[in-house]
Design a protein around this ligand. Structure first.
Ligand SMILES: *Cc1c(COP(=O)(O)O)cnc(C)c1O
Length: 376
């Protein structure tokens, strides 16, 4: 058995004809930059997530950077981000001379702890960046009301949760990435909607933000060769858009496959409750299981990882360090103990293989190896 964390090849083979045709058409037309597939994909995606504007760009990190630039944030402005996330979220903040203000996360959902967000708001706070980690939505209802009360922007990092749906207490439903001022996503190959290279997109319902986002992503110009602001060069290749347009049609089915694998794991592993905690579901969000992440108790995470590796089962640690332990983001303001939940999570989390093509045989093999580890 050749078990992989993410099996992109098997996924491709199932839709090979559709993808190959789209890619070959694109090559045949030679419209590699801003070809027709880009706009077609962008309108399909806008319809799918129900958002007025979807602006494509080169990757998820650029999406975050462009969003911050479009909101006119100034040097020294404080931006609240979770201490437990992928580095890109904080990286662009630091690059722009803004100040990333780290906040601890909830021990069950791994996402922004609203109480700690409240405690970290100052006169200089300008935005909150909820990261919809591992495939479900952060506590948007609380965060949006906090943002309203303090006049803060919300920039959603939905690189891991495209397609997840959040239900507010009044019954209103929003897709991940369209609830805040601006949403940012990534089409990195292993993301739930991944292309065959790098890609990203920015979502907003605000016409003025959309105008600025488009301008910034295109060298600060609206009219060719007239540059009104300092921008960057960030585009989605036509070939990538062609692939994404095909894969978007399968995204809901992919989420179902991921949920089936997750349900299998949940079922099989719940008997090991003394040893591990299965992923907690947020009650008002659907889960698209970008990752299936256990919390392994009793200090056995690394031994379990090694045991599984020896038996041909890959696992990953997302993430081994909280941001304040990363050399680049160390600061006198933070010490060990500053974010106790994030720090403990980094010693406990273990993500199991999770993708759209997992067979029952593979799932059985993974689970029985986990059980064997504990039966010794
Ligand atoms: C993948 C990811 C990004 C960055 O996306 P790239 O396309 O790799 O630049 C940002 N934030 C989160 C949470 C991610 O998982």
């Amino acid at each position: 058995m050749n078990i992989q964390m993410v099996d992109l090849r098997s996924q491709y083979l199932k839709i090979k004809d559709e993808v190959d045709e789209a890619v070959l058409n694109c090559i045949d037309s030679a419209a590699f930059i801003n070809g027709p597939s880009v706009n077609e994909f962008v309108s399909d995606l806008a319809r799918y997530i129900d958002c007025r504007h979807v602006i494509p760009c080169a990757n998820g990190t650029d999406a975050l950077q462009i969003a911050m630039m479009a909101l006119g944030l100034q040097q020294g402005d404080e931006i609240i981000v979770p201490a437990f996330t992928y580095v890109a979220t904080a990286e662009v903040i630091a690059l722009l001379g803004l100040v990333p203000v780290l906040v601890d996360v909830h021990p069950g959902t791994f996402m922004l702890d609203v109480n700690d967000v409240t405690a970290k708001i100052t006169d200089r706070t300008k935005a909150i960046v909820p990261v919809h980690l591992f495939g479900q939505c952060a506590d948007m209802e609380s965060l949006i009301s906090l943002a309203k009360a303090h006049q803060l922007f919300i920039i959603e990092d939905t690189a891991q949760a495209i397609g997840a749906t959040y239900t507010f207490s009044d019954g209103y439903r929003g897709k991940a990435g369209v609830m805040g001022d601006i949403g940012c996503t990534s089409f990195f190959p292993s993301k739930n909607l991944g292309c065959f290279g790098d890609g990203g997109a920015i979502f907003t319902s605000n016409d003025e933000y959309a105008r600025r986002i488009k301008m910034i992503a295109n060298h600060g110009q609206e009219r060719k060769y007239y540059h009104d602001v300092v921008g960057i060069n960030s585009r989605l290749d036509t070939l990538q858009a062609a692939v994404l347009r095909v894969k978007l049609q399968h995204l809901d089915r992919y989420a179902i496959s991921r949920n089936e694998a997750a349900a299998f794991y949940d079922n099989a592993l719940s008997v090991l409750e003394e040893e591990m905690i299965i992923p907690q579901r947020v009650s008002n969000s659907t889960h698209v299981f970008h990752q299936y992440t256990l919390k392994v108790k009793n200090g056995k995470r690394d031994q379990l990882k090694e045991y599984l590796q020896k038996n041909g089962i890959p696992t990953m640690i997302y993430y081994p360090l909280p941001l304040h332990f990363q050399k680049a983001y160390q600061s006198d303001n933070y010490q060990p103990g500053s974010f106790p939940v994030a720090e403990v999570l980094c010693t406990e989390v273990l993500s199991l293989p999770m993708h759209t093509e997992m067979s029952e045989q593979e799932l059985n093999f993974i689970v029985s190896n986990i059980k064997q580890f504990y039966s010794k």
